[in-house]
Design a protein around this ligand. Sequence first.
Ligand code: BG6
Length: 499
Amino acid sequence: MKSNIIVIFGGSGDLAKRKLMPALCLLHSGNKLDKDFIILGVGRTKLDNESYRRSIGDGLSKYLSVNEVCNVNKENFLSRIHYLKMDPAKEQDYTLLKEAISALAGNVGKILYYLATPPSLYEQIPANLLKSALNTPESRIIVEKPFGYNLQSAGKMNDILRSAFAEKQIFRIDHFLGKETVQNILAFRFANGIFEPLWNRNYIDRVEITAVENMGIEDRGGFYEGAGALRDMVQNHLIQLLALVAMEPPVAFNEQEFRNEVVKVYRSLRPLTDEEISKNVVRGQYIASHRKDGIKINGYREEKSVAADSYTETFLAMKVNISNWRWEGVPFYIRTGKQMPTKVSEIIIHFRPTPHKLFNSSEGCPEQNQLVIRIQPNEGAVLKFDMKVPGSGFEVKQVPMAFTYDKLGGLPSGDAYSKLIEDCMNGEPVLFTRSDAVEASWNYFDPILRYWQENSDIPLYGYPAGTWGPPESDAIIEGGKCWTNPCKNLTDTDLYCEL
Ligand code: BG6
C-alpha cells in the first residue's frame, strides 16, 4: 500500500523539519511515494501553506547534502505539502482534519499518520482518530519514540493505539534500526560462521555500547525536559543495539522470529536492585564550559525552555547484566550523552585475555582482542589483535584488521527514516518495535526512574560540555578497566588517540 496522504502530527516541529521531510523528499526523488501523494502537516502553530513550505524548503537545504537536494525535484515536492492549524488534543478539531483530508485526497482512505508530537499527545491522537472515524482499515500509523514515560503509560498507550488500529497497522519507530550499520550487526553475526562460536561468556569479557553527541539539545528543551537521556536514548536506541549484540540467532529473518528474539533479550535483563541502581547507574548534566577553540557552550540549565533548577539527565552510563545461558556474568556497559567531545556510536566487544602472558606488549596497548563495530561516523568494523613488532626481542603490539564501507562500494546508503517509512508503506514491520518489546524494555528501566523520583539525594553530576561525562561513570567498570573513548580514525589502535 502506498498512502496517498501522509498526515504528520507535529508538522511544524523539529523532527518533521530535520528528519521526516528530508526522508520523504528522498523517497519522492526515488519515485517511492504514491504518484499522487500529498503531505499534510498539522500542528498548533499558526502558519499558512506558503510559509510552511518555505520553512520546510529551508530545512531541506539545511539537512540534505547538496547532491541529495540536486537529485530531488524540490519544487515539485514542496508543492505537495499543505498545512492545517489544529489542536490534536481537541476532538472537535478532527472535523477540520477530516475535511482537509477529503479535500486534498478526494477520499478518506489510505492515510499514513505520523505521530511526531510530544509523547503527551500519543494517547489523545489515536483516541480522537477513532472517535472521528479517521482510523480507516487501510490507514497506518507510525509512532515516534519515546513510547510512554514508563511501563504504565506505555501499556496504556499500547491499549489506546490497539483500540483504534490493528497491531499490523501500528509501526513503532526506532530510527536506529533503519541504519545500515545497525542492520549490519545481524549480517556480521549471522552471515559468518567464525564469530558465533566465540560470541558468549566463555570468550567475551565485556561489551561497551556508546552513543554520544557533541551537540546539546538545540531547540528541543521543551521535549527534553520531560524525557532526559534515559527515555530519549537508552530505553530504546541503546537497548536495541544491546539486543542485536546479545540475541540468539532467529530461526528466520521475519517479523515474528526476529522480534521474538529481541523480546527474549529484554526479558533476560537482570532486574536492578536499588543498591545496584545507586552503584551502577550514573547520571550527569552538562554545565557551561569553553571548547578548545574558546567558544563558550551554555550549560543545560541555561538552554531555552529548560528550568533553571532542572534535574533532567543529559548523560547516562550504566552496567546491564543479562541473565541467560549465553551471557551470565558478562557485563554490558552502555552510555550516552549530549555535549560530549564528538558524535559517535559504536559497540566494542572485549574478548577475554589469553590465560597466560608470554610476551611484553608495547606501551599503552590494550592486551585484549577487541572487535569494534562503528555505527557512525567512519562506519565499519575493526578486529584488533596483537602482532610481533619487527626486530630483536619479542614485543607485541595491537594492530587493526579493518572493514570500512568503501569496500562495499561506498558509504552506507540511504537514510534511516526513508528506509523505515518505506518499510511501513510496504507493510513490512520487521524493523519496528512490537508492543511486548516496548513493555519488556520499560519493565527493566522503570525501577531506575522510580528510584530517582523517590530519592532526591541521588547525585546528578555536572560535567563540563565537551568532556566524556562525569568521572564517576568510570567506577561502574569493574576490574580497573575503563571506558574506551572512541578514536576518530576507526583503525587507530592507540588508547588515547586524538579526536
Ligand atoms: C533521537 C534523539 O532519537 O536520536 C536525539 O531524540 C538524538 O536526542 C538522536 O540526537 C540521535 O540520532 P542519530 O541518528 O543522529 O545518531
